[in-house]
Design a protein around this ligand. Structure first.
Ligand SMILES: [Zn+2]
Length: 221
């Protein structure tokens, strides 16, 4: 949701409060309609929290987004930590949870252009078992993310590679059962957001058992 839409929904003070409370933003891919306005929100949060102890906001996104945000930060500090979506793929999260040793294993398939060969490669690679992506620099951010998720009542946040531009991701968030104030069990839930994608094996698998699936669009590219 952009800041402008937040203002319509919550009013200016409500929108500022929503921005102030942000702890993590997840971006699916680099197309402008999915991240335009992000830098403005980050800069505003930084202003609103001046003089107040806080942690940098965690931005999870495709690697190209880091380049954009780093370039922006030459003008203005955005008070954020960037985490590549690949570090939040299932294999990477499992590796992080089981062993925080920071070794680096790159994925088997490196894809960088939009040729027919690359697209075919993307389809076949996406069906392979994904290798964990390890990077020592990501470990403290993954720890911070774990803390943020815990505080939000979430068990996991997993990025799922989908078939759109490269790279593009969907996301799965799970909340555990919880007990409310009167001792009643509130069931957990699983939310899946597709991002932009055409029909995609990984997303179908990731959506199994979802309480809610939010599916943006399906198009051929
Ligand atoms: Zn798109």
């Amino acid at each position: 949701m952009s800041y402008g839409i937040s203002g319509i929904r919550f009013g200016i003070e409500g929108a500022d409060e929503a921005v102030r409370c942000l702890r993590c933003i997840w971006i699916s891919h680099i197309h402008a309609d999915h991240h335009t306005g992000l830098a403005r929100i980050l800069a505003l949060r930084s202003d609103l929290l001046k003089g107040i102890p806080h942690d940098p906001l965690i931005v999870i996104g495709p690697v190209q987004l880091k380049g954009y945000l780093d370039a922006y930060q030459r003008r203005e500090d955005l008070d954020m930590q960037f985490l590549d979506c690949k570090h939040t793929e299932e294999a990477s999260v499992e590796a992080f949870n089981s062993n925080e040793d920071g070794n680096t294993i790159l994925p088997e398939c490196e894809r960088g252009d939009s040729t027919m060969f690359a697209r075919d490669c993307m389809r076949s690679c996406s069906k392979k078992q994904r290798s964990p992506v390890k990077n020592a620099a990501a470990v403290p951010i993954l720890r911070s993310l774990k803390k943020v998720l815990l505080e939000a009542g979430l068990e996991t946040l997993i990025s799922v590679p989908v078939e759109h531009c490269e790279p593009a991701f969907g996301v799965v968030m799970k909340a555990a059962n919880r007990i409310n104030r009167v001792g009643k069990t509130i069931p957990g839930w699983k939310l899946v957001y597709s991002g932009d994608t055409r029909p995609c094996h990984e997303l179908i698998q990731a959506s199994c058992g979802a309480t809610v699936l939010i599916h943006e669009v399906s198009c051929k590219m």
